[in-house]
Write a protein that binds this ligand. Structure first.
Ligand code: PEP
Ligand code: MN
Length: 352
């Protein structure tokens, strides 16, 4: 439910709404707009008596029930953009943020070398899987806690916050001890008990879209997390399964403007899993930012041919660095900037 205040409603009138909601045992979330204040009411089920009580208060223009099945993550409920802070990195603001690193943490040298390289090229965070969901149980499934320790070491060396996957509810506390962002992989997008477990954690969550998950289902998955009290959810489009076999998945860039329209949560794009082919990754990085993504998560490996997972879709550090300056130009063309990469101001001087 949202309470739309009249333009010019006073601070006292706003406070009276907050107090009345609290008397009913519910909480509020304020969205101050340029014209008027919108007050979201958090709770379920919200009784009609509350709606009627709020409608009677001075300064209230309208009380509207959120029409979507997902409530807290909807833009109807919170018309502004949610901005998420991860150490010194802001996601969902004007700056486009790039997260880069290997699919899996393999050994100390590999993760430290990659962390240094992606940082030098302008990446703002380091990715790397320690607990890997693998289609075959016989493939490399990650180093587990040892991998988390190596990520922490890479963070210490470079200052880059780390993003890593949590595979099961029983591992949430362990992974949260090391990670700055908890990644929920595509295969777990609708693992509702895991979503609730990360909803109780005090860390931002990167929620990948499942490979056969519709946008509404994905937002409902995010709702599971936010409903537990964790509002720090970053959505990640990583490609969906279609009839196409040339690419590993079909990167659904439609999801970017769709999610921006439907939800206040930030959305980033993973062109590595979205294509499965490294040579396509740079083009889709640029396209994602042009489409309005708040960031990217990209697989980079110092020696993709020898990667223990996802080498075919991993950029070399050189290829990654090459696309970053183009990405800064695209970000600029759509009115944003790329965190970590300075672009020269276009000069008006005739000498140029
Ligand atoms: C990954 O990020 O390496 C990964 C396993 O991604 P997804 O869950 O999108 O397949
Ligand atoms: Mn991968």
């Amino acid at each position: 439910m949202i309470v739309v205040m009249q333009p010019g409603a006073t601070q006292e009138q706003i406070q009276a709404v907050i107090d009345r909601v609290a008397e009913f045992g519910f909480q509020t979330k304020l969205a101050p707009g340029a014209e008027r204040m919108v007050i979201g009411v958090v709770g379920s089920p919200l009784p009609d008596t509350l709606k009627e009580a709020l409608e009677r208060l001075p300064g209230v223009e309208e009380v509207i029930r959120v029409s979507k099945r997902y409530k807290l993550v909807s833009r109807e409920f919170y018309p502004l953009d949610t901005v998420i802070q991860v150490r010194d990195v802001t996601i969902g603001g004007n700056e486009v943020v790039v997260i880069a690193g290997p699919c899996s943490v393999e050994n100390e040298r590999q993760i430290i070398e990659t962390a240094r390289a992606v940082k030098a090229a302008g990446a703002s965070m380091l990715r790397g899987g320690a607990f890997k969901p693998r289609t075959s149980p016989y493939e490399f499934r990650g180093l587990g806690e040892q991998g988390l320790k190596l990520l922490a070491k890479a963070r210490q060396e470079t200052g880059l916050p780390i993003v890593t996957e949590v595979l099961s509810a029983q591992h949430v506390d362990l992974v949260a001890e090391y990670a700055d962002v908890l990644q929920i992989g595509a295969r777990n997008c609708q693992n509702y008990l895991l979503l609730e477990a990360v909803g109780r954690a005090k860390k931002p969550v990167l929620l990948k879209r499942g490979m056969a998950v519709q946008i509404e289902e994905w937002l409902l998955a995010a709702e599971y997390i936010v409903a537990q009290g964790n509002e720090q959810v970053i959505l990640c489009e990583r490609g969906i399964r279609t009839f196409e076999t040339f690419t590993r998945n079909t990167l659904d860039l439609n999801a970017v403007p769709a999610v921006k329209h439907l939800s206040h949560l930030p959305i980033i794009v993973d062109p590595s899993h979205g294509t499965g082919r490294w040579f396509m990754v740079p083009a889709m990085m640029l396209a994602a930012v042009a489409a309005g993504a708040d960031g990217l998560i990209v697989e980079v490996h110092p020696n993709p041919d020898h990667a223990l997972s996802d080498g075919a879709q991993s950029l070399t550090p050189e290829n990654f660095a090459a696309v970053m300056s183009k990405l800064a130009a695209v970000a600029r063309a759509v009115g944003r900037s790329l965190r970590g990469v300075a672009t020269a101001e276009p000069s008006l001087s005739p000498a140029d």
